[in-house]
Structure formats: structure tokens, C-alpha cells
Ligand binder design. Structure first.
Ligand code: KIV
Length: 273
């Protein structure tokens, strides 16, 4: 069987990053096999306008919560901005913390050939690494915004070289974010490790989407994300109904309340009968 045919026959990997215990439990129960604790939590959970302010402590905190919720999935956690860029030693120490203190099973970091030595060091020390190419959100200011990457022949060639460098350094999988579909497919076919696309078309080995985008729970709706539910609307309806029932004193009712024996209340001081 040719590699591309074998790829098509394989079950595509799905992934959606939960950021807390409750969502991790649901993602796991849905049978999603790869759980990424993404630093996109900076945008969708912490309210920043980029992932740059996310710290290692933020990632440790959220990774621990996700680990408590996801029992079966492979748990990969993002290395935040400037936790692997300053030196290979820093990267090893910080990735080690994400596994040892956070409970993750692998880390993801952004960048191509220039992080290959870091990836080699981590994988050499038993830390599985997922790469991330194309639109790398931690470089948003250098890229000039959140836009499709690798559109020209030269950029597509660089993307392939970066992917091959990551593979050679030992990355077990590579995220391709916002890359033209035909470029993502061509890169995928030239790699032995699986690619996971986000806004990179159906030719990748798997797909990842920000959980809040597919559940309709966020403020934004990127073109590449499909809304499988409108949790904004469902949640608002539920919260308004709750507010109204509390105002109208129709919640809570006897069904939601435990009563004590009347004698217990009668014995309380201060009751005037
Ligand atoms: O931070 C994140 O959630 C990600 C994925 C969307 C790839 O990096």
C-alpha cells in the first residue's frame, strides 16, 4: 500500500482543547483521542487578545485540571511563549515541569528548523514533542496578524523544510495551522509523522479546533471552524431563566430543598412564635 493510500485508510485523529476538568471529562467521554491543553486558553478562558501573556504557571494549573478529567486521551500541553525560546536548558526544565508537575504526557511548541535542537533535546530526554507550523500564534506580531500562511512557492517550501526538520528532530506529530489545503496535503504526504490541521483542509491526518469555536461558546467565529452547537445562546437562555425564576421566587422549590424537623427550628432563640 502506498503511504498516501495507507493514510487515507487510517482513522483521522480529532482533537479539541479543553481547558478545565469539566470540559476534559466531556472531550474524553466523546472519544476524542488527543487532548491538547492549548495556550489558546489565553484568548478564550483568560480574555487576553493573544497567547503571549500566558505563563507556565497558567499552563500547569489548567493542565492539572484537564488531567483530572481526561482518563483515556493522550494529553499534550502547550509550552507558552518564552518558556522554550530562551535556551535549550530552559526548554528542558519547563517541559519537564509540565510532565512532572502538570501530568501531561507530551508538549507542543511552535516553530520549525530554529527549534529543532530544542525538540531533539526534549525527545532525547524522553519528552514527546508535537510541533506547530504555519500560523504560529505566539509570533502573531511578526506575522502581522492571524492570516493564512505559506501561500507562495517559497513559503510552502520553507514550511516543508521546517516540517522535515521537526520530524528529523523527533517530533511525533505536527500541527499545521492556517495553511492552504493543497500545501498542507503535500507536506503531509512527504512526512511519516501525522499532521493535525486547523484551517488547513481535509488533507491532514487529523483535525484540531478550538473547543469554544466548535461549541459556539466564544466571541469569534473563524471561517475554518464549524459550529456544532450554539452554547452561547443555550447558556444565555438558561442563565436568564434562572435569574427570572429567582426574581419571581419560583426557584428553589421544595424539590430543591431539605427541611429539618420543625422542632429544630422551634428551639432556635429569637423566634417570636
Ligand atoms: O492553543 C491551541 O489551542 C492550539 C491549537 C488550536 C492548535 O495551539
Amino acid at each position: 500500500m502506498r503511504a498516501s493510500t495507507a493514510r487515507q485508510a487510517a482513522d483521522p485523529i480529532s482533537s479539541a482543547p479543553p481547558y478545565d476538568y469539566s470540559m476534559a471529562r466531556l472531550v474524553d467521554e466523546a472519544g476524542i483521542p488527543v487532548v491538547l491543553v492549548g495556550d489558546s486558553l489565553g484568548n478564550v478562558v483568560l480574555g487576553y487578545d493573544s497567547t503571549l501573556p500566558v505563563t507556565l504557571d497558567d499552563m500547569l494549573h489548567h493542565t492539572r485540571a484537564v488531567v483530572r478529567g481526561a482518563k483515556d486521551a493522550l494529553i499534550v500541553t502547550d509550552m507558552p511563549f518564552m518558556t522554550y525560546n530562551t535556551s535549550v536548558e530552559d526548554a528542558l526544565r519547563n517541559a519537564g515541569r509540565l510532565l512532572q508537575e502538570g501530568g501531561a504526557q507530551a508538549v507542543k511548541l511552535e516553530g520549525g528548523a530554529f527549534v529543532a535542537d530544542t525538540v531533539r533535546c526534549l525527545t532525547g530526554n524522553g519528552i514527546p514533542v508535537m510541533g506547530h507550523l504555519g500560523l504560529t500564534p505566539q509570533s502573531v506580531h511578526q506575522l502581522g496578524g492571524y492570516r493564512v500562511q505559506a501561500r507562495t512557492a517559497g513559503q510552502a517550501r520553507r514550511l516543508l523544510d521546517d516540517a522535515l526538520a521537526l520530524e528529523d528532530a523527533g517530533a511525533f506529530s505536527i500541527v499545521l495551522e492556517m495553511v492552504p489545503g493543497n500545501v498542507a496535503q503535500a507536506v503531509t504526504e512527504r512526512l511519516t509523522v501525522p499532521t493535525i490541521g486547523i484551517g488547513a483542509g481535509p488533507g491532514c491526518d487529523g483535525q484540531i479546533q478550538v473547543l469554544h469555536d466548535i461549541l459556539g461558546l466564544g466571541a469569534r467565529q473563524p471561517r475554518h471552524a464549524k459550529r456544532y452547537a450554539d452554547l452561547n445562546a443555550i447558556t444565555l437562555d438558561a442563565l436568564r431563566a434562572y435569574r427570572d425564576e429567582v426574581s419571581a421566587r419560583s426557584f428553589p422549590t421544595a424539590d430543591h430543598t431539605t427541611e429539618s424537623d420543625a422542632a429544630v427550628v422551634a428551639e432556635l432563640p429569637g423566634a417570636d412564635g
